[in-house]
Design a binder for this molecule. Sequence first.
Ligand code: G3H
Ligand code: 13P
Ligand code: ZN
Length: 334
Amino acid sequence: MKVSFKELGLVNTREMFAKAVKGGYAIPAFNFNNMEQLQAIIQASAETKSPVILQVSKGARNYANQTLLRYMAQGAVEYAKELGWKKPQIVLHLDHGDSYELCKSCVDFGFSSVMIDASSLPYEENVKLTRKVVNYAHKYDVTVEAELGVLAGVEDEVSSAVSHYTKPEEVIDFVKKTKCDSLAISIGTSHGAYKFTPEQCTRDPKTGKLVPPPLAFDVLKAVEKKLPGFPIVLHGSSSVPQEYVDMCNQYGGKLPNAIGIPEEQLRKAAKSAVCKINIDSDSRLAMTGAIRKHLAENPGHFDPRQYLKPAREEMKKMYIHKIINVLGSNGKAR
Ligand code: G3H
Ligand code: 13P
Ligand code: ZN
């Protein structure tokens, strides 16, 4: 049965992005696959009064079931109100949709925003598929994110060995032809917890720690110049906090040389036309680190609530930090 996102109490990204671009901040787009991640995201957003985008990947949809995820998002709106957030601004977004059928199914199932990621296709095919998704989604007031340029990184459903920066000279034509509502671009971020090889980094002479190469802010600037005020999206924006990598490694994990995007660079991007920043890996690391630590310190525990509770608290702490110190979206949805 078809349902509109409006009946679920969700909002699309249109107004949210317009305000973020004007205000020089970005909306957090946090991926979720289970109840604990969702609880932590909603608690953090409600406490900071930050608009938030709940992202569901194709992999999450297969893992958790689309119907269940939809009701969880609907429940999240009610939960947010219960926490004292009078006007929750919550988007349910399909992350990396790879076909018209998947995007259509999400529109029909109550998502308020979808991404069609046809960035690996030749330019004209990307335009054609994106336009087709926009035509359908806009009939139901669902907003559409598209992508130009390719990010490196390998995850369940998203994979590419090398990145190709977005070509600024293509963006005007692409947005005009597709009528997409926001555009994900490639400026050196990538998916996962291994964003750079040690060879791509330099070493801080004082700490000996790896320092990743800077993002291509010149490409971002050139895109902004071509599309003034148009909402730009950054994928692959986890910073891979060293404390979580260490926590994983100290308690039996093996994540050598995991490295992310420095938060100062994301903060700088958030102050520009970048109005949506995607974070998934950091939540995975916080959750796994906390669970590993708890189980190592409490070998007799076997009730999932015993280790999921500290994991949820760690994720909440991380989300609040991102909202306040990286995205600057706190207090923007009162
Ligand atoms: O960009 C990809 C997201 O981190 C989702 O990853 O496909 O493994 O759920 P996933
Ligand atoms: P990270 O792997 O850097 O968290 O990126 C997530 C993402 O881009 C989801 O679309
Ligand atoms: Zn992504």
